[in-house]
Design a protein around this ligand. Structure first.
Ligand code: M6P
Ligand code: ZN
Length: 186
């Protein structure tokens, strides 16, 4: 393998060249939002793009580092802000670094034994997600929320339980500001 470089546009969140761009719309994750009536109303008029991920593929072993840039668009489903699906790593003992580039957001994390944590994001915030912590990013601002992610090549994604019941906390807008509330499904 040879050294290489890509161009990360700090304003737009695009990586050029990239190997893949994930485009996640509301219909790809409708059941993950608490307010199903609000989701149905949004889907009836549009199927909004919630986020995009520009990915650079590297060999999927522990010695390599995946890196990708995500753009979460501003918006809400009911009171719940647009967010990533969120995941454990398939190899759970692998960490990740998130670096905020644009906009405002919140990193929500939890362990399998019930610990929860969150970190507010703005440009320059660099969070360390330790092994064994599930992680989800949420756009709590009015503009696009853009962040870089770096994680081991063998980490993989496990959406299983999170796709069914979600995280222990929801992040919703209350009086114009983000608040964490308990997830009634958990
Ligand atoms: C970050 C990284 C990626 C992840 C993406 C979207 O960029 O953690 O590995 O795919 O966010 O998150 P998710 O896969 O949970 O939808
Ligand atoms: Zn991850």
């Amino acid at each position: 393998m040879q050294p290489f470089a890509t161009m990360l546009d700090f304003q737009e969140g695009t990586i050029t060249p990239n190997d893949n761009v994930i485009i996640r719309r509301l219909s790809h994750m409708t059941p993950m939002f608490a307010d199903q009536d609000a989701a149905a109303r949004l889907l009836a008029e549009d199927d909004p793009v919630l986020y995009e991920v520009y990915e650079v593929h590297v060999p999927d072993n522990a010695g390599n580092l995946n890196h990708c840039c995500s753009i979460i668009y501003p918006g809400k489903v009911g009171d719940e802000y647009f967010m990533t699906k969120g995941h454990f790593h398939a190899v759970e003992g692998t960490a990740e670094i998130y670096l905020g580039l644009q906009g405002e957001g919140l990193l929500l994390m939890e362990t399998r034994d019930g610990e929860v944590a969150h970190i507010p994001f703005r440009p320059g915030v660099m969070a360390y997600i330790p092994p064994f912590w599930a992680h989800r990013m949420i756009n709590t601002g009015k503009d696009r929320f853009i962040f870089l992610g770096v994680y081991p090549g063998n980490a993989g994604h496990n959406y299983g339980a999170i796709e069914q019941t979600g995280f222990a906390k929801l992040v919703v807008e209350s009086d114009g500001a983000p608040v964490l509330i308990d997830n009634p499904k958990r």
